[in-house]
Design a protein around this ligand. Structure first.
Ligand code: ZN
Length: 151
């Protein structure tokens, strides 16, 4: 998925589920969902989040293939546990929500994602090409839906 589609998916997930979560500042929750919805692509050298990360992004792309560890459930459950333990479960849920939004977006593309990396090579895949016509239709639908809720 493209950056803009990941952002819209994160926004849509937040808007759909926001009333089910409580326990902290909703604006911070929203920003965490958005950040987690783009963070996994730090492992892709041309992604915005990688470019914004500077040396950290270079280290990640040197060490990890795209859509492996940084898209794997194990890393994001670990982040969930760390945020939940040191900050609060409320914000940990925001991270998981953004991650799920990202994985659904990537999981419908032909490249797919290795959710159980490094324990399994099995990929969840779909037919939607990154930047293809179906993604643009999905982007337009999400854009209209998010706009309708916000305005
Ligand atoms: Zn991704």
């Amino acid at each position: 998925m493209l950056f803009k589609t990941h952002i819209l998916l994160g926004m849509a997930f937040f808007l759909i589920t926001k009333n089910y979560f409580s326990g902290g500042n909703q604006a911070i929750f929203f920003l965490l969902v958005l950040f987690a919805s783009i963070f996994p692509d730090i492992d892709e050298p041309h992604s915005k989040v990688n470019q914004w990360s500077g040396p950290l992004g270079e280290i990640v792309t040197f060490l990890c293939e795209h859509r492996t560890l940084f898209h794997a459930v194990i890393l994001h459950v670990a982040i969930y546990v760390v945020i939940g333990y040191f900050v609060s479960l409320y914000y940990a849920k925001a991270w998981l929500l953004g991650y799920v939004a990202h994985i659904i977006g990537d999981g419908i593309t032909p490249m797919g994602v290795q959710l159980c990396y490094p324990f399994s090579d099995v990929r969840i895949r779909g037919p939607v090409r990154v930047g293809g016509i179906i993604e643009w239709i999905l982007f337009a639908v999400l854009f209209v839906l998010v706009l309708r809720v916000l305005v």
